[in-house]
Write a protein that binds this ligand. Sequence first.
Ligand SMILES: [Zn+2]
Length: 494
Amino acid sequence: MLLTPFNILIVFVVLLLFLLAFLLVRTATFARPFDQVEALEGLPVDMQVVAEHLSAAIRCETYATGPADTPNRQGLLGLHRLLEELYPRLHATLKRELINEFSLLYTWEGAQPGLPAVLFMAHQDVVPVEPASLPDWTYPPFEGRIADGFVWGRGAIDIKNQVVTLFEAVEGLLKAGFQPQRTIYLAFGHDEETGRGGGAEAMAALLQERMVTLAAVLDEGGMIANGILAGVKEPVAMVGTGEKGYLTLELSVKGQPGHTARPPAHTAIGVLAGALSRLEASPLPAHVSALRPLFRSVGGSAPFFTQMAFANLWLFGGTVKRRLEADPSTNAVVRTTAAISMIQAGLRDNILPAQASAMVNFRLLPGDSIAAVCDYVRQVIRDERVHFECVEDKAWEASPTSPVDGPAFHCLETTTRRVFGNISVAPYLVAGATDARKYVPLGENVYRFSPVVMEPADLNRMHGTNERIAVVALEMMVKFYADLLPAWSEMQVA
Ligand SMILES: [Zn+2]
């Protein structure tokens, strides 16, 4: 064949068409398929009653106080009494243990106690309310007012809603005569918000000591995002299948104190500032493929070009990376982040500083170990005058990623669709820390998900002002747990 310009053009067009076909086929086969499920009839739920129960739970003030984060004895014991009063069947049937005075561990013995158990969790404590924000609350934060179709107050969404609806579901199942096959644990820590380790950590250690293994764990974390994922118009149930690790490094530089009238070329502050600025300028590498499983599950609900890009990262990886990096919330999901959060140096304006120090908080992507991040910091800083060390109790590795192809995730997915319609159920990485990671040594199926629909405007209410939950959302939560509790307790595990 002659290499005329026309022939070259033909070859070029044919290649282009092949490429286009290849991209389209990959895009069309990218989404993770799922079965359509029938809507759930489920337990009858009187949502007004559930709302009143949540309202009473909000009135128990369970935030920690003082510099030592002392648990609020009165509030926590008040909540315990309330739960006993509201859920008599549960308290007559399940074994209840108090761990470190305030955490609640319930055991619902299964008919086959030899099988790995399942565990549902939430926390009893809430964050306090900033006095300065009080005038902005529509209703007082600890009154538990039911108005305008919502229950208002601290803990309504984080996460007394989960505590109360789990109790409602178990009480309802007992009333219906349900008996689990696997043993079911309900674990409610009392210090999740302060991370003091007396709650979930102690309960997980106790279960480990008793040689308990877990077939599945459900904690808070993800929710049903409605209008939160860019470009995705339909709701997506975001299930946390892993969480980032945590590392705080203290960087310090020693200086020679003296008169500022005869300064050296660089003071301790200058040296430290140089190191910090190099750290900010050289972030750890981004791994765009970390978001692939999420977009595979979102499937057709995501805009076509987003799907095409994630299905063909070999071609569009660079563009996708630039877009994700530009937004701090998506940047946090694709890389280990570093935040310079504290700095301390200097005594007076006319004294050379004897020392300068700073705290840098890293959130580790699975795959980036603490040791690897420390190596990276050493390489980026390249200055022997800067010392750094891990801050005690402030370093843990990223959690392993829980599977999405096993029966535990499958049940979770089915229950979500039965209650919320045939929406996408997508795995994702939780950027913050949850208590769920404490249970990782007991089993690999650890999921972080609350069955509540969240819209962009709701995000700031969590730990913020005017926290509230729709009364109708409580009904969905009870139905969800009343379906998942039996499903998990009876699921087959290979
Ligand atoms: Zn929480």
